[in-house]
Design a binder for this molecule. Structure first.
Ligand code: UD1
Ligand code: CA
Length: 452
């Protein structure tokens, strides 16, 4: 499989930041590691494609990386965003990731998965092809989906202001966690990062852990990675570079973040933990923006959903995919909506919608189903076990009781009587037929339309 290398690489110019305004130009490249086997997920799907709030794990990291220049710290370089692309290191299940992300990133290949240090080295050629050559390499792991752009920006800023050889993000975790432990000496200076496998019982009690976000001085990074021997686990750990920097008395800086932001997803238990944090963040974003969510614990809203102000979301509701909902709606209880567009002042109770469009002031439910291609015009009332599929229902039409409208065009101000069915499917020829009902039609109960 051909992996495309492009010359448009992620370079951000940092000319000015807080206390060191107008210093010489600094640049950085971003490398995201995504080549690991993800064995602990026990899945045939790449770990980094497992969805979190409706988006693949890796896409959350990429989103944060892409948003760095638009955070306050790097605001002056906002206009350069479009030409920046992170370098993603691929290996295991590379094709799956390539087809999911395509041109959004550029890629480097790690043909054998010999550890995180080995993975970063796989990106050397791509980083060194950058012009201008970056001074700094920002490394993130693809399996830490909660990290925010502001946090990445502050690691970069600390790295520059400290003029460190390496700067990394830490957090406090429970002693039972599986994160690498940050070992400091009696002066509080970092000596090394010790992985759980190799930690002594005393080191396992250390609560400061490595979050997996680093800034390295580029030239030192390559030189040190080339010199790094395989460790006792037979791998090249990126984390072993910290001890190397310590022995060389290089400057090692750290930024302390919160575990909520740097949770690593290695297995499905951690995936569920990350999901909970991400879901809460999304709900809070909507609540602060003017949406009432009666019961956040039973409400699930995907990352890409947008909801207008003064809409109320009732318990037991899932809103997924790229769904948009207007203002002053009541959604739920017990409602699922996928990839749909809902207008203003709609009421949807105990119902399901997929890939459907509801214009303003539609009332739906209880217990109705809009399947792909359903389009309910302004003021349609639909409820009590109605189903609509691939059909347009004109404004102010009623579809109330036990009805199925499929592959149909229904006019305005129509009354669809109870038990009305459009018999759109010819079981012999396997063809679907279209039904057309004009404006103002009154359809009596128990009517079956057999289109020809
Ligand atoms: C790693 C850190 C640990 C830290 C934790 C934070 C190392 C050795 N350990 O542990 O100190 O606390 O992350 O979440 O770095 N990958 C590759 N190629 C490889 C191996 C891994 O690209 O050969 C990628 C994986 O796809 C993953 C990332 O690197 O996205 C981290 O690897 P993983 O095996 O999950 O490391 P942890 O054991 O979590
Ligand atoms: Ca991990």
């Amino acid at each position: 499989m051909a992996i495309r290398f492009s010359c448009i690489l992620q370079v951000i110019h940092i000319k000015e930041y807080k206390g060191f305004a107008k210093q010489t130009m600094n640049t950085y490249a971003t490398v995201v590691l995504a080549a690991g086997k993800g064995t602990r997920m026990r899945s045939t799907l790449s770990k980094l494609l497992h969805p979190l709030a409706g988006q693949p794990l890796l896409s959350h990291v990429l989103k944060s990386v892409e948003a760095i220049p638009s955070t306050s710290v790097f605001a002056p370089w906002r206009e350069s965003v479009a030409t920046q692309r992170p370098i993603v290191v691929l290996g295991h299940e590379a094709e799956q990731i390539l087809s999911a992300f395509g041109e959004r990133c550029q890629y480097a290949m790690q043909h054998e998965q010999l550890g995180t240090g080995h993975a970063v080295l796989a990106a050397q050629e791509a980083v060194d092809a950058l012009a201008p050559l970056p001074d700094t390499v920002l490394v993130c792991y693809g399996d830490t989906p909660l990290v925010r752009s502001e946090m990445l920006a502050s690691v970069l800023a600390e790295h520059l202001s400290q003029q460190a050889t390496v700067t990394f993000l830490t957090a406090d975790a429970d002693p039972s966690s599986d994160y690498g432990r940050v070992v400091r000496d009696s002066h509080g200076d970092v000596r090394e990062i010790v992985e759980v496998k190799r930690a002594t019982p005393e080191q396992l009690q250390i609560t400061e852990v490595n979050s997996g976000v680093y800034c390295f001085e580029r030239a030192w990074l390559w030189e040190s990675l080339h010199a790094l021997p395989r460790n006792a686990s037979g791998e090249y750990y990126l984390t072993d570079l910290i001890a190397v920097a310590g022995v060389q008395e290089r400057r090692i800086a750290t930024v302390r973040g919160s575990l909520d932001e740097t949770l690593g997803v290695n297995n499905r238990v951690q995936l569920a933990e990350a999901e909970q944090v991400m879901r809460r963040r999304i709900l809070e974003r909507h609540m602060y923006a003017g949406v009432t969510i009666i019961d956040p614990a039973s409400t699930y809203i995907d990352e890409e959903v947008s909801i207008g102000t003064d809409t109320v979301v009732l318990p037991g509701t899932m809103i997924t995919g790229k769904t948009t909902i207007g203002s002053w709606c009541r959604i739920g209880p017990g409602t699922t909506i996928y990839q749909s567009s809902i207008g203003e002042r709609c009421v949807i109770r105990n119902s399901a919608l997929e890939e459907s469009v509801l214009e303003d002031e539609v009332s739906m439910g209880p217990f109705s189903h809009c399947r792909p291609g359903a389009h309910l015009a302004r003021g349609v009332r639909m409820g009590n076990f109605g189903e609509v599929k691939n059909s347009y229902i004109g404004a102010e039409t009623d579809v109330h009781h036990f009805s199925y409208v499929g592959d149909a065009t229904v006019g305005e101000h129509v009354n669809i009587g109870a038990g009305t069915i459009t018999s759109n499917y010819n079981g012999l020829t396997k063809e679907k037929y279209h039904t057309t009902i004009g404006d103002g039609a009154f359809i009596g109960c128990d009517t079956v339309f057999v289109p020809l």
